[in-house]
Design a protein around this ligand. Structure first.
Ligand code: ADP
Ligand code: MG
Length: 663
């Protein structure tokens, strides 16, 4: 075999055939260099613990003796479930499940002792492990095993083997990407050492240092990008817009704007209206869930359309894009301003028609998902680009959307309150509009946190509300990829249970694995009230607006972050009726209890975000959740660290962010 280098194609590797090569390529892994940048999402320590509620939700190892002969059950969909009971040295019992691995029946023997590694669950005082890894022997000394994201069906173990087989051969080729002074100032390991430690950590300290560097890189790159973006923006100007007749717009709204909405609209107007050249608008509209950001977006769109321009409105999900389309159609059809929808499932002929309509130098509003930025043929004459739930998009995506218009203003909306200190990295104080007032008639959403044992009572309550003609959501977590099976299963199980229980009210089921068209059908049935109860995974988390929905039940609530639960809760309390949110959790872990209690105590999204920030670090606010920091000290990844990295980036204005630095 020829000598391996970072550029060597992965298909040259032993163990990578056509199928795996294709799967890797699909995920952007073409050469060995790419492969080495596929970092583990977390690490398993081979440290051994006793079963304890405190460990719930974490990966840990247990030395367990098998008490019962494993039994095999058949599940719907021809899935097979293996179940056994085992106990640790203190006699605490745990039920262990394996899906679709019937052969384990003959490998796990009653009376034998094994080391099991997995995430512990607890329900009503009963512990369980789903598909834990199992070893007969345990090496002496502590060991950290990387867990890779499942890529195109290639297991973490296979990826680990592949990576280890090349790692040492190419290590000397890995070049430093950060300035030497920065490495020294922040005591960061060099890049080769970082990559080595991430894939094959020798000690916890090494791993920790590597993770710290990775975070730094990410923040530093963010700082570089930010600078380029801001410098570029500052130089860009456009013609000021003519004032519009707002009465015309307000007459088409089904309600009066709140004071806060009016203030935001006039701030936008101030940015855009003027004679001669004006700087491009770059405004952030922050407002808690339900504060009415969409109406402000519509007002901004109106102003631009009245000035003859096109408006792009990008939402993070198709459901949300469709909803906005409906809202906007209702308003703008009265004003004779055309509204179009473009998503991944838009038919070719329709797309062609949209392109024709949007390149005629006439006003239009085009609403869509990521498809908007991916489609290069699109859009002439763009005056304004709006992003909804902007924390879902990276800086680069937003910039790309903006680039659609040669000279284009931007309005970013966010309900996940980016902590102010973080927002100020992106916007000047005068560029932030805040909706700090809810539309009138809203009542506080009463939030309860109950144990699994009280579920029946929650159901009785739900029944009352459904009988009164109201609508409700039941949300179940869909967990990490390797748990997807059991997560989806639990959502499906909940659906079955609820369907039986509440059949007469119509029960719908919505999850991320469904086709977009299927999703829309279910969502429409719920919007129309044909289905009164909607069981779902978190696909409804963002922005969905059905004012008739008054009850939100969240199963396994401990699985969600606070901001996410707050978003979920914001799906109810949007109409005139009193609304309720019921968090069900069987977890007895202290941190989970504290978080859920916090949610009952406050409905201030900002306070919740601060709490999240304190307990989980700023990673959550980078749009994509950070992983791999399973046991890193959250304080290390604090806002100060972010600030330092962004500050440091300012010293290197010419440096271009590396391809590897994603955020
Ligand atoms: P969010 O800020 O979470 O995006 P939406 O824009 O979806 O909130 O608005 C939430 C609900 O409040 C919608 O049903 C909308 O019609 C309604 N709404 C918005 N503004 C007002 C207002 N000024 N008066 C009454 N209802 C309003
Ligand atoms: Mg919204």
């Amino acid at each position: 075999m020829e000598k391996l280098s970072l550029q060597t194609s992965v298909s040259a590797l032993h163990g990578v055939g056509k199928v795996r090569g294709e799967a890797l390529k699909k995920n952007g892994i073409v050469c060995i260099g790419d492969l080495l940048e596929l970092f583990p999402r977390r690490y398993l320590s081979n440290r051994i613990y006793f079963l304890s509620p405190e460990l719930c939700g974490q990966y840990a190892g247990y030395e367990l003796t098998v008490d019962t002969t494993p039994i095999l059950a058949l599940l719907p969909g021809r899935r097979r479930l293996l179940k056994l009971i085992a106990s640790d040295g203190a006699g605490t019992k745990v039920t262990i499940y394996y899906f679709n691995q019937p052969y384990l029946k003959n490998q796990i023997l009653k009376g034998e002792t094994y080391f099991f590694f997995g995430e512990l669950h607890e329900k009503n005082g009963v512990f369980s492990l789903f598909s834990p890894e199992r070893e007969k022997e345990r090496k002496n000394g502590e060991e950290w095993r990387p867990v890779y994201p499942a890529i195109g069906g290639i297991s973490s173990k296979t990826l680990e083997k592949l990576i280890r087989s090349v790692l040492y051969n190419v290590l000397s080729e890995i070049r430093e990407t950060l300035p030497e002074t920065i490495l020294q100032r922040f005591s960061l390991p060099n890049r080769a050492k970082t990559i080595l430690s991430l894939h094959a950590p020798l000690t916890e300290a090494d791993l920790h240092a590597a993770q710290r560097r990775l975070t730094f890189e990410k923040y530093f790159a963010f700082g570089l990008e930010l600078q380029r973006f801001q410098t570029k923006e500052k130089q860009r100007v456009a013609d000021g817009l003519a004032p519009c007749r707002w009465e015309k717009f307000f007459a088409c709204l089904p309600y009066r704007l709140t004071g806060a909405q009016q203030k935001a609209v006039s701030e936008i107007e101030n940015d855009l209206v003027g004679s001669g050249k004006i700087p491009l608008m770059n405004r952030l509209l922050q407002g808690d869930v339900g504060s009415g950001k969409t109406a402000v977006a519509a007002a901004a769109a109106f102003l631009c359309a009245e000035n003859g321009g096109g408006v792009l409105f990008m939402a993070p999900t198709e459901i949300l894009a469709r909803q906005h389309e409906k809202t906007f159609r209702a308003i703008f059809s009265q004003l004779k301003i055309p509204v179009f929808l473009l998503t991944g499932s838009t038919a070719k002929t329709e797309r062609t028609a949209i392109i024709r309509e949007t390149t005629q130098n006439r006003p239009y509003i085009l609403i869509g998902t990521h498809a908007l930025i991916e489609d290069t043929a699109l859009c002439g004459n763009v005056l304004l680009a709006i992003t909804d739930e902007q924390h879902r998009f990276g800086v680069r995506q937003r910039a790309k959307l903006r680039e659609k218009g040669t000279l284009c203003h931007t309005l970013a909306m966010s309900a996940t309150p980016i902590p102010r200190s973080l927002a100020l990295f992106l916007y000047a104080p005068e560029e932030i509009s805040v909706l700090d007032e809810l539309p009138p008639g809203r009542q506080k959403i009463d939030t309860f946190y109950i144990g699994e044992d009280k579920k029946k009572r929650a159901y009785a309550f739900l029944r009352e509300k459904l009988q009164a003609g109201q609508r409700a959501y039941v949300v179940c977590p869909l967990i990490e990829p390797n748990e997807q099976l059991c997560g989806l299963l639990s959502a499906q199980e909940a659906y079955k249970e609820l369907q039986k229980e509440f059949r007469e009210f119509g029960v719908g089921f919505l999850h991320g694995k469904m086709k977009n068209a299927e999703k829309s059908t279910v969502m429409e049935a719920f919007q129309k009230g044909e289905v009164q109860l909607l069981v779902s995974t978190t696909v409804i988390e963002v922005g969905v607006d059905v004012p008739e929905a008054t009850v939100m039940i969240v199963m396994n609530a401990e699985r969600f972050g606070l901001s996410q639960l707050h978003q979920l809760r914001g799906r109810v309390g949007r109409g005139k009726e009193k609304s309720f949110c019921i968090l069900i959790s069987a977890s007895s872990a202290k941190s989970a209890r504290e978080r859920l209690k916090k949610l009952c105590e406050t409905d201030d999204g900002f306070e919740l975000a601060q709490f999240d920030l304190k307990t989980r670090g700023p990673g959550e606010f980078f749009g994509e959740r950070q992983t791999g920091f399973a046991f890193a000290n959250p304080e290390e990844f604090s806002l100060e660290f972010l600030r330092d990295a962004i500050q440091a980036a300012k010293e290197f204005p010419g440096l271009f962010p590396q391809k590897t630095l994603q955020y």
